[in-house]
Design a protein around this ligand. Sequence first.
Ligand SMILES: [Zn+2]
Length: 242
Amino acid sequence: MRITDDQRTALQNLIELTPNGRALRHEHDNPKRGAELQDLVRTHKELGEERTRASEGVDRLRSAIGETNALIEAQRTQIEKKTAELNDGTGLTSRDLVNLQNEIAGHEDRVSELEESQLEEMERLETAEAELSGVDDRIAEVTTAGKEVQTAVKDRKAELRDLISANEVSAGGAKSSLPQQLVSAFEANVAQGGPGAALLTGPNCQACGQEIGAAVWKAMLGGDLNETYECEECEAVLLRRS
Ligand SMILES: [Zn+2]
C-alpha cells in the first residue's frame, strides 16, 4: 500500500512508540524495586516472629523472678514466725530451742540459695530484654526502609501511568493519520506480541526474521519508498528504510 510522506512519518513514530509503550507497561507491572520490597516484607514478617519469641522469653523470666520472690517471701515468713517462737520461748525445752535455731538457719540457707538463683534470672532477663530491644530496633529500620521503597514504587508507577498515557495518545494520533487497513494489520501483529511494523534494512522481515525472496526484494527495491508491504509470515507492516 502506498502511503504519503506524512503517513510514513506517522508509521515511523508508531514503530518507535510501540516497543517503548510495551516496555513502560512491563515496568509498571514488574516494578524495578518490587523484589527489594518483597524482601523487606519477608524480613519484617520474620522479625515479627523473632520478636514474639524474644518477648515470650522476657515474660517467662519475669514470671520466674516473681515466683522466686514468692518463695523467698514464704521462707522469710517462716523465719519471722520461728524467730518469734524462739524469742518468746514459752514452754520450750532446750532441745526445742536448738531445733528452732536449726530450722531458722535452714530457712536462711534456702533464702540465700533462692536469692542467688534470682540474681542469675535477673542477669538472663537483662540479656533477653536487650535482645528484644535489638529486634525492635531492626523492625523499626525495616519498617522505615519498607515505607521508603513502597513510596518509591508507588511514585514510579504513577509516573509510568503518565508516560503510558502520553505514549497511547501519541500512538493514537499516529494511527488516526494512517489507512485503516494498515492500522488493522499493525494491531493484529502487536496483539501477537510483535512490533506491529518494522523498517526493512535488508531482505529479512525485521519483525520475525523471515527471509524475503530475492525476486520480491528486488521488486521492493525498485518500488516507491513509501510503498508498504505485509510480511507473509507474521503479517507485520513493512516499510523500506529511507
Ligand atoms: Zn515477519
